[in-house]
Design a protein around this ligand. Sequence first.
Ligand code: ADP
Ligand code: GLC
Length: 485
Amino acid sequence: MLQQPEICFLASEVYPFSKTGGLGDVMGILPLTLSKMGVKVCIITPLYGRICTASYKLRLMYENIPVDYPWPGVKADVYKADYQGIPVYFIERGEYFDRRHYYCTYKGDYFDNCERFIFLCRASLSLIKKFDRAPIILHAHDWHTALAVAYIYFWRRNDPFWSKTSTVFTIHNLAFHGRFSSRLFWDCGLPYEAWNMDGVEFYNSFNFLKAGIAYADQITTVSPTYAQEILTPEFGCGLEGLLQKRRNFLSGILNGADYSVWSPENDAFLDAKYSWQDLEGKKQCKIKLFRSLGLRDEMLDRPLLGFIGRLRRQKGIDLLLEIIPDLVQRNVSVVVLGQGNSFFEVKLMEMVEKYPGYVSAIVGYTEEMAHKVLAGSDIFLMPSRYEPCGLTQMYSLRYGTPPVATAVGGLKDTIIPYPQEGATGFMFDEPRADAFLHGIDQALDVFKNKTIWQQIQIRAMEADYSWDMSAKIYLEIYKRLGLEA
Ligand code: ADP
Ligand code: GLC
């Protein structure tokens, strides 16, 4: 028998093992924070081929757990690692997860994503069946694990094992539905009853995210502003109707930052450490970054603008590309770290060629470069069209790199825009190139006044978005659903 968790987290990424974005970061710290508050948690996630297990020993826990999907007799193996005292269970089935990428290649999504993530959900629940008791809460994240919520909703009617389990479903990004052909619904194991407008059917396709929204006992998303935005047609991605129906069960809880990983005082990736009391190290970080990127030395006294993120429309990378000539004209330099849409990657490289020494890009992603860009830049750019929460701006605040960001979602909830009292950054309303440039101009103008700039930097660095507060709000929800703590 396995040890008995009160809350099981299900997620397709968990830092430091796997990560394509903020979901991974959240899963690497929220369960840990709860565990430090005395809650017994575990995490279940896939064993990807590219998983990073360097400092963690994986043990084979179970062989041949019955999953019976996509046909009877199909099984999974389960590995386990101890992540700072938390059991992390990895679902193994090579043909689904032992691949070069997590969800897609440059050619598009993996053709069998539907099958892969039905398998993950079913295998996770089979694993839980090995526990003495079901967890009090199953907390699933994003579309990849949303079906687990629906299985429990239907299974707990007849299976006493699940009768006391409640479910929480967190939407990290409403735009990713996990939408598949209707014919793939029929053998996923949900009853016919689920195939309707208020269930998993979405314009005659099978929609995983809807399973989470329709059947969870509590739905959360990752910032209060986004929780409001997704009720509107502008941000609701076609799901605003169902979300409105379930709005009494929806709340927005702001993510936090893991300051044990993201703090310039103790950042092992940095060439020099610094803090709000002493910013000298930040200058060293800028010099090192400049040299490593081949930026022009004579620009060292001019502002360096940094961007880190997935190169997708969500992040407004097209807006940045559009204004690069204007930025070069303003005699500032730009560094971009990211990967994603190959169209944007090519455009970016064209800009690097056109403006050598002014524009630099690292197409790809490493944790090390993310830390170095955050520390070495003066201003951080986040022109997102929508942003459920956004973690990079929280990190940029902590690194004394005030952000220029769109006034949407979690950006609104975490940045106090200049010239407001207590400003920590700059914001603009519409995700348009001219508005973005205007926001940057405002920042460049303030940058000239070293005293005011430093005040903004220091306030930004002192802002506290640690997980303790948000984890307490989750805890309240879990208690309402039956957790005794
Ligand atoms: P999102 O989750 O929408 O990408 P967040 O700001 O919440 O945005 O989180 C971004 C996190 O992912 C940060 O830790 C950032 O450094 C990291 N990141 C950005 N781009 C990539 C990438 N291409 N691959 C992996 N991680 C990335
Ligand atoms: C998603 C969102 C991002 C959020 C992250 C973690 O990827 O795009 O805004 O911070 O999830 O919740």
